[in-house]
Design a protein. Structure first.
Lengths: 306, 141
């Protein structure tokens, strides 16, 4: 019974089906708002679903000499990101259900989509894909440091708890983490890192369409490409949800969560539409320079109790 | 109606294959993405890689070099892949028919699904051509 319940959690409600639908709708919102900013009309609401269904019906081409990881890596990324969505969804619904140290597990699982893209791109034997993979690798190295520092700020603020349910409970009792000085700085850092994790402008150098022809995804077609797009969509649902859990956990009734989710989504879309693409060296300088400094200040403030 | 076909007609991803054009058709194609025409309303986007493409948009008269490239591009695209010839040059070579550097027309290299004539064709003409192609795919008159 317990197993069946967990399977339902993973595949249907907070997991795959639910997060994929929300993520694809969020992706549509992104395209629509982008179009309106550029004074266009934009695609209809079912556009991303049509894209996925179409890709499922296309031929899957495996380039000559590609390793078996070429077809396996998309599934690796998708399954790990679904697991993150499930853990977050379950601990929002039933905060006591979460287990000790699941914040660490979530941190590790959130790196796996990027790793799966790197593995897939480097096993495709395409020179442009290898350029994209090397950029993705540098970007992961760049944003992980400030991201982990900003999460350490949260852990310090909630008296060393590394359990998502307890962090939510702490915020329900003592007010959300965003309301304090250190929490606010850490939130800004986390927003930048989320933008890089999602692979959106200004940090989309690994997928630069005009420059290296979709970079890491260049050799993918059909089903694996659809799975990569689904992974991106679910990440677009999961990352804002993680930020809500860590920073805005004061009120977790469904209506408030939806409002906060749309707020964070709008911030992402506005950053995406008002910035040019950074070169990879500029991105690394940005993350290891000002953003890490901001994160260190946040950790210091949290240690002082601010 | 067939779900696969319906999804295909609702999200045509276009790869732009320029076979030595004079660039006028290409400018008109880029006009389609601007706010005035905005083909993203119909789910059409330009993609960077031919592996993602559903439509190969060919402009210009192929010469000896681009002939081979076009053949390769069509082989690299995942099926089902449609080909649209845009402009008089791609439709039928017009005044370059007897040129020393023009081995054959586009439709002798790859199977063309729709011809859009004009020098260059207006964006409205291209949208109308794509609508006719979609109707043909759906089996309508």
């Amino acid at each position: 019974m317990k197993l069946l319940f967990n399977l339902f959690n993973y595949l249907v409600f907070p997991g795959f089906l639910f997060s994929a639908i929300i993520g694809l709708m969020a992706g549509w919102l992104d395209r629509k708002v982008t179009a309106r900013i550029q004074w266009r009309v934009g695609p209809p609401w079912y556009q991303n679903f049509a894209d996925i269904v179409k890709l499922l019906g296309k031929e899957t081409i495996v380039p000559q000499g590609a390793k078996s990881t070429f077809l396996l890596s998309p599934f690796l990324g998708l399954s790990s990101v679904i697991l993150v969505a499930t853990i977050l969804g379950v601990s929002l619904r039933l905060p006591q259900e979460s287990f000790m140290g699941d914040l660490i597990v979530v941190l590790y699982l959130l790196i796996i989509p990027a790793i799966s893209i790197i593995i897939g791109a480097s096993s495709s034997r395409n020179p442009l894909a290898s350029i994209g993979a090397s950029r993705e690798m540098k970007l992961v190295l760049a944003y992980e440091l400030p991201f982990i520092l900003s999460i350490i700020t949260i852990i310090i603020k909630s008296q060393g708890i590394i359990q998502i349910g307890s962090i939510i409970n702490h915020q329900i009792n003592f007010g959300s983490n965003l309301a304090s000085g250190s929490g606010f700085l850490a939130f800004i850092v986390a927003i930048f890192c989320m933008q890089a994790k999602l692979g959106f402008v200004p940090f989309d150098a690994s997928e630069a369409e005009q420059e290296i022809m979709a970079g890491t995804l260049i050799e993918y077609s059909g089903l694996p490409l659809a799975i990569f797009r689904l992974t991106k969509a679910i990440l677009l649902y999961t990352m804002p949800l993680l930020l809500i859990v860590l920073f805005l956990g004061k009120d977790i009734s469904p209506l408030f969560i939806i409002a906060k989710y749309i707020l964070i989504l709008v911030i992402i879309i506005l950053i995406k539409n008002t910035n040019p693409r950074l070169r990879i060296d500029q991105a690394i300088k940005f993350f290891w320079g000002p953003v890490t400094l901001l994160a260190i200040i946040a950790v210091g403030l949290a240690l002082l109790g601010k | 109606m067939n779900l696969k076909l319906k999804a295909l007609t609702k999200s045509l991803w276009v790869f732009h294959a320029a076979c030595s054009p004079c660039n006028n058709c290409d400018i008109e194609i880029l006009d389609l993405l601007t706010p005035r025409y905005d083909v993203e309303r119909f789910g059409m986007v330009l993609v960077g890689s031919v592996r993602h493409a559903d439509v190969l948009l060919v402009t210009g008269v192929p010469n000896y070099k681009t002939k081979e490239r076009l053949k390769k591009l069509y082989a690299q695209a995942p099926q089902p892949c449609l080909v649209i010839a845009v402009g008089n040059c791609a439709c039928g070579r017009i005044m370059f028919k007897d040129s020393y550097n023009s081995p054959c027309a586009v439709d002798e290299i790859v199977p063309v699904s729709a011809y859009i004539p004009g020098c260059p064709p207006k964006p409205e003409a291209m949208i109308s051509g794509v609508v006719k192609l979609i109707n043909k795919l759906q089996g309508k008159k």
